[in-house]
Design a protein around this ligand. Structure first.
Ligand code: BES
Ligand code: MG
Ligand code: ZN
Length: 491
């Protein structure tokens, strides 16, 4: 899908789309038409009444500027959000593809309704991401995405917004593409190759740490979890250095378990296939790094991805084992299915030691308990820093990637104390499973401001429990890519 900024009438469009507010009698920004066309437009507006999600198409044969008009209801003005625009734009784009159009045009709402520049971003995100299809392994490919012309603000700001939204959407789709890969086609080595690839293209520094170096350097968590699989673990680090040398970087860490069987504490068979999505945190970080470098953001950002396959092989780690993490602390293994916190503890400690960052943000499909607590439309966050939490919450509001903070007090830290080692990899029974997992991560960090995202519920669509949105078709969602890109741009 190519995106252009245009104005009406310059070129004939196959589909001219305008938004209609509820209870209003006109389509926002729609140009004047002849009497006959105007009267059918007015009739259609009356019939659909701008109700959110309603879409009407009016053919206008013989017109020199457009073949058809599409009216899209966006609901009441007081209920408008960024997500309304993404939602409606996604519906329009899907309609345009269904009609097998080569291109279509959307009129951006005027600023008295919604900030035009911001609307441009939402229109593009909605349209591009809604047309995403994962068809790599299908003989029959989906139809080509039609190109989109945005009719609206032609300012410098407008064209910058277009570029940013395009790169952002590409980052989301890149994350989805990798996350959707099946586990036989995506091992830690595959992820390392993707990382090398985007680093080379966009001049980032990429370091891959493999066995036996991982073991030698003391990455006890990654090494232990990785032992059960023939597919060797990797620690991937990508550096985007576009800020002053003296500026502390933001470190992003993403859990990438390319398949989580649970290991010796084997998971039940039902639904185990979904554990190919246990690499989504790492994919989010890859998507962000790709976009950060393409946007050439004038800051320093590091992406760190610990990647393993959690398998029950003959050499697999076991319940009862005591291992030594990268920060020197010992951990008693009580359940090999609580593997994410082990590889993340190594990566977080490494990130803090190696880069002395301004902040660390991690993404992980860490606990089933998170789905019990918050369901499939809100991610949990846990943090040690109020200011960072505030900034992240702000970006979450802009991008509608919803989050809810859970507490992490000393009492929870006490719940991971072990009788035989410094800490243990499960808490007390099922109590506060998302928080005790976060407590384990916190124990790996000294004092750097940190936010942890548990994206177990939101990283991929999980049946009817996931709210349907055109821009979240089945599969991986790329949760967090837009949020962090927004946060980084506001720095
Ligand atoms: N990857 C899973 C968490 C998960 C489960 C994410 C379902 C999304 C959907 C994680 O590695 C795991 O297995 N966690 C255990 C921890 C427990 C053994 C303390 C869990 O949540 O059951
Ligand atoms: Mg597990
Ligand atoms: Zn896992």
């Amino acid at each position: 899908m190519k995106i252009n900024a245009g104005n009406y009438g310059k070129k004939k469009t196959e589909l001219l789309c305008g938004f209609v507010l509820e209870d209003s009698n006109k389509a926002l920004g729609l140009p004047k038409f002849d009497a006959k066309t105007s009267s059918s437009i007015n009739q259609s507006i009356k019939d659909m009444n701008g109700k959110l999600g309603k879409v009407t198409i009016i053919p206008i044969p013989g017109n020199k500027q457009a073949q058809r008009i599409l009216l899209a209801g966006i609901g009441k003005k007081e209920n408008l959000t960024n997500d309304t625009i993404r939602f409606v734009s996604g519906k329009i784009a899907q309609k345009a593809r269904e009609l097998k159009l080569k291109e279509f045009s959307i009129i951006a709402p005027p600023t008295f309704v919604w900030d035009s520049t911001s609307a441009v971003s939402q229109i593009i995100e909605g349209a591009k991401i809604s047309l995403y299809k994962f068809d790599k392994f299908k003989a029959e490919k989906s139809d080509k995405s039609p190109d989109l012309t945005i009719i609206g603000p032609k300012s410098n700001e407008g064209s910058k917004a277009i570029k940013v939204a395009e790169i952002t959407s590409e980052g989301v789709m890149f994350a989805k593409n990798i996350a959707n890969l099946p586990p036989n086609e995506c091992t830690p080595t595959t992820l390392a190759n993707f990382a090398k690839d985007i680093s080379k293209k966009n001049k980032m520094k990429c370091t891959i740490i493999s066995q036996p170096e991982l073991k030698k350097k003391g990455f006890g968590g990654i090494t232990a979890v990785g032992k059960g699989s023939k597919n060797e673990p990797k620690l991937i680090a990508i550096e985007h250095n576009h800020g002053p040398k003296s500026q502390k970087p933001i470190v992003l860490v993403g859990k990438a378990v390319t398949f989580d069987t649970g290991g010796i504490s084997l998971k039940p068979g039902q639904g185990m296939d979904e554990m190919k999505f246990d690499k989504c945190g790492g994919c989010t970080v890859l998507g962000i790094m790709k976009s950060v470098s393409e946007l050439k953001l004038p800051i320093n950002v590091v992406g760190i991805i610990p990647s393993v396959e959690n398998m029950p092989g003959g050499e697999a780690y076991r319940p009862g084992d005591i291992i030594k993490l990268y920060n020197g602390k010992t951990a008693e293994i009580l359940n090999t299915d609580a593997e994410g916190r082990l590889i993340l503890a190594d990566a977080l400690a490494y990130g803090e030691k190696q880069y002395s960052p301004k902040a660390i943000i991690d993404f992980a499909t860490l606990t089933g308990a998170c789905i019990v607590a918050l369901g499939n439309n809100v991610a949990a966050i846990v943090s040690n820093d109020k200011q960072l939490t505030k900034e992240i919450t702000n970006s979450s509001k802009t991008t509608t990637e919803e989050i809810w903070e859970l507490p992490l007090t000393q009492d929870y830290m006490d719940m991971i104390k072990s009788d035989v080692a410094d800490i243990k990899n499960v808490g007390i029974g099922k109590a506060a499973g998302t928080i005790t997992a976060a407590a384990f991560l916190k124990s790996a960090i000294k004092d750097t401001p940190w936010v942890h995202f548990d994206i177990a519920g939101v990283a991929w669509t999980q049946g009817a429990a996931t709210k349907q949105k055109p821009y979240n078709p089945k599969g991986a969602t790329g949760f967090g890519v837009r949020l962090i890109l927004d946060y980084l741009q506001k720095l």
